[in-house]
Write a protein that binds this ligand. Structure first.
Ligand SMILES: [Fe+2]
Length: 342
């Protein structure tokens, strides 16, 4: 169901307050061809009401002809900021950028963040934003999970359906996504709620079984049968199963890039207000599937790049796969047991 402007303005104000927006600071709202009009209108009201100096920067889309779908997270290549020094200067001069366009991870985004500008991505539909509006408790929960990852040297994931994956860790930083930007130079995504890192380069090994009912993103569909991934030296070297395995293999082959098969981020969902079942209620073009990524207790792993965390792998292909009913342990101690966060 839709929500009122009043509800969405209140949600924006909650996010902006948690993000420590102060009177007189400069906010630039980044928009594009798929920006939701209500999200934009309410962001304009909320930021001005809090006394900010507010700009809007609208950029034309990039890479539409190369992406295989309209999903804004499906193709990680150049962005509308690539080579756009005027736009970069405007964003660097802002205290806060509200990204209603989907800038995605890029050298330009790192450059803007390094200047101290905060960036908050918000592209889910208004009612999803309002339901999953972040809280201080979300931050505390995610930071607690992140601290456990930072202290560990191996993540081991098992499930009754046959997953048995070992990921040595320590080469890459831990990333916390809790839905607001409370520090200079911070990037976050409203809504979210997970802690993640990346396996040491070439280190992940074992088997991942994507079971019936598990979700593939950006396909945004529930698997109807099992897909078995063999993981060797950090890469998925075999993708086996029935029609779902064939669909995944065909999609990935379209990028013609062996780096697409690398194990990317690993972590688990920590958002109790996000639900596994929500994706089934939405048209696939209406959502990017953040409920699926963030629902509490899923083991979220990805195939694709690690440059987000400072690694050298850049590939335009990026698959996020949340698995249910896994047990995740760090150095032998369970943190998620059969899909329940401990
Ligand atoms: Fe991802």
């Amino acid at each position: 169901m839709p929500i009122s402007d009043h509800q969405l303005i209140s949600a924006w104000k909650q996010v902006l307050t948690l993000s420590k927006l102060e009177h007189g600071q400069t906010v630039t709202i980044l928009t594009g061809a798929s920006t939701h009009p209500q999200t934009l209108a309410c962001a304009l009201v909320a930021t001005q009401d809090m006394g900010a100096i507010v700009n809007r920067l609208d950029l034309p889309p990039a890479n539409g002809e190369k992406a295989h779908s309209r999903d804004s997270l499906a193709y990680l290549g150049t962005t509308p900021l690539t080579g756009n020094t005027a736009a970069i200067a405007m964003l660097k001069a802002s205290d806060l950028v509200l990204d209603l366009m989907t800038l995605l991870f890029s050298a330009e985004q790192h450059d803007i963040l390094a200047s101290g500008t905060k960036i908050l991505l918000a592209v889910e539909p208004p009612e999803v934003l309002a339901r999953l509006v972040p809280t201080e408790a979300d931050r505390a929960r995610v930071l607690a999970g992140a601290a456990k990852i930072a202290a560990a040297r191996e993540m081991h994931i098992v499930s009754a359906s046959g997953t048995d994956l070992r990921c040595p860790m320590g080469e890459f930083p831990v990333i916390s996504e809790y839905g607001f930007v409370d520090e200079p130079g911070r990037w976050d995504h409203w809504p979210s709620g997970f802690a993640l890192t990346f396996p040491n380069e070439g280190g992940a090994h074992g088997t991942i079984v994507i079971d019936k009912g598990d979700i593939l993103l950006p396909q945004k569909r529930y698997c109807s049968d099992r897909i078995v991934l063999t993981i060797e030296r950090g890469y998925a070297t075999r993708i086996e199963g029935g029609i779902d395995a064939e669909l995944l293999s065909d999609y990935m082959a379209g990028f013609n890039d062996p780096e697409a098969f690398a194990i990317s981020h690993i972590g688990w969902g920590l958002q109790p207000r996000a639900r596994w079942s929500t994706l089934g209620l939405y048209d696939r073009e209406a959502t990017i599937g953040m409920d699926a990524r963030a629902f509490e207790g899923n083991f979220l792993f990805s195939l694709g790049p690690n440059n987000e965390a400072g690694g050298s792998r850049t590939t335009t292909c990026h698959i996020d796969i949340p698995l249910r009913k896994c047990t995740v342990s760090l150095d032998g101690r369970d943190v998620v047991r059969e899909g329940k966060v401990l």
